[in-house]
Write a protein that binds this ligand. Structure first.
Ligand code: ATP
Ligand code: MG
Length: 362
């Protein structure tokens, strides 16, 4: 037998249901490794950063935390935020601290319809629907540029400026990433989303860059759609979507719409990638801490487990990633559904069903 490949994973469950879903994803990944006959293994290191850590130490993560994370092959993240810490402090202190410092400029969010899960879309059981939102994750509307109290005049006259930053290099790399991703899919198509009729600088630069990069990919079909029209298209005719690429804000909104259409925020997976692999990438469910159901063992683990599948893919374990996705589909098709998607199963039951299905999807 050859040497076992060991992937070092930093686990950061953080707050609320983050703890429950990371535990579930880890159980599934361990089961995948156990079936690999020594081909690969995962070495876990758990970090207790988050809002409880903040209550004790006054910071969201250890001051040398980024340095500690650098040596890992990837980061598996839960969700961050709790009532004792203002949202912008918890988010910037941990999650965005990692995505920004590790230059995770590509955020991918698959939208996937699962068998046995009803969707608010008319085509309720249409399981073929599956597309990926590629989100620019480093600049755009979330560049943090602007200021308040700019009028220099008294109360009632405040002016605030929120500036979006679009660089040609930033647009080009995310657009090229989207084209390369499209080439790996059955439907080779990229839809670019802007609001360039109303925003005439940055978004026009985006559109022009899109047209230029598209020339290098003659085998990939393209379309440019305004974000308002794309929102309608998600609902009315999403059949021909494959890869949808958009700026930080637009993709943020569209991917939440996508996960709601697929049935629940609890199903949605994501990867924050540093495609150059200079830093570890981070895999996490799209949902937040879900304080209304946290600690009860009833949250949906599928978003986190599907994110673990994206991590397997990142490790080059394509077959194993497909195996986990097939096991998720087998579980939902068999009616193993948590409450958010109309069932009564708890987190552990669904996780166990997915682990059980793994052996039959080999
Ligand atoms: P945040 O405010 O932390 O960004 P969010 O707005 O993305 O989070 P949450 O506040 O976590 O999302 O949840 C929104 C709703 O979705 C809540 O009603 C929550 O219970 C539900 N929800 C989120 N995640 C899950 C899950 N994994 N399973 C079941 N329901 C979930
Ligand atoms: Mg919320």
């Amino acid at each position: 037998m050859g040497q076992t490949r060991v992937f070092k994973i930093a686990s950061i469950p953080a707050d609320g249901v983050g703890k429950e879903v990371v535990a579930a994803g880890r159980t599934v990944l361990e089961a995948v490794a156990a079936q690999s006959n020594g081909k690969f293994a995962f070495e876990w290191t758990e970090f207790d950063w988050g809002c409880e850590y903040y209550a004790k130490h006054g910071v969201m993560m250890a001051p040398d935390g980024l340095e500690a994370l650098k040596s890992f092959d990837s980061i598996y993240f839960g969700a961050v935020g709790w009532e004792n810490v203002p949202d912008h402090v918890s988010l910037w202190g941990l999650r965005l601290n990692i995505t920004q410092n590790f230059d995770q400029w590509a955020n991918i969010r698959p939208v996937k319809f699962l068998p046995g899960v009803t969707s608010p879309l008319r085509k309720a059981d249409d399981t073929e629907l599956d597309w990926i939102v590629v989100r620019e994750n480093s600049e755009g509307e979330y560049a943090g540029l602007g200021g308040r109290n700019l009028s220099g005049r008294g109360p009632g006259n405040e002016i605030a400026l929120q500036t979006a930053l679009f660089s040609e290099k930033g647009c080009e790399r995310i657009i090229r990433f989207a084209f390369e991703l499209a080439r790996t899919r059955t439907v080779k198509k990229v839809s670019s989303v802007t609001k360039s009729n109303a925003q005439q600088y940055g978004m026009v630069l985006w559109d022009e860059t899109f047209e230029r990069v598209a020339q290098e990919f003659p085998d990939v079909r393209t379309e440019s759609v305004l974000v308002d029209a794309m929102s309608a298209k998600f609902i009315l005719n999403p059949e021909d979507l494959s890869v949808v690429v958009a700026s930080n804000l637009n993709a943020d909104i569209l991917s939440d719409l996508g996960s709601a259409l697929a049935g629940s925020l609890g199903l949605a997976a994501s990867a924050n990638l540093n495609p150059e692999r200079r830093f570890p990438s981070m895999f996490e469910p799209v949902h937040g801490t879900a304080p209304d159901i946290a600690g009860q063992g009833i949250c949906n683990p599928i978003g986190a487990i599907a994110s673990a599948a994206l991590m397997l893919e990142h490790f080059g374990l394509e077959a194993e990633a497909r195996q986990v996705e097939a096991a998720i589909e087998a579980a939902t098709a068999a009616g193993q559904l948590t409450r958010d998607i109309g069932g009564t199963a708890d987190t552990e039951t669904v996780t166990d069903a997915i682990v059980a299905a793994l052996s039959s999807t080999l």
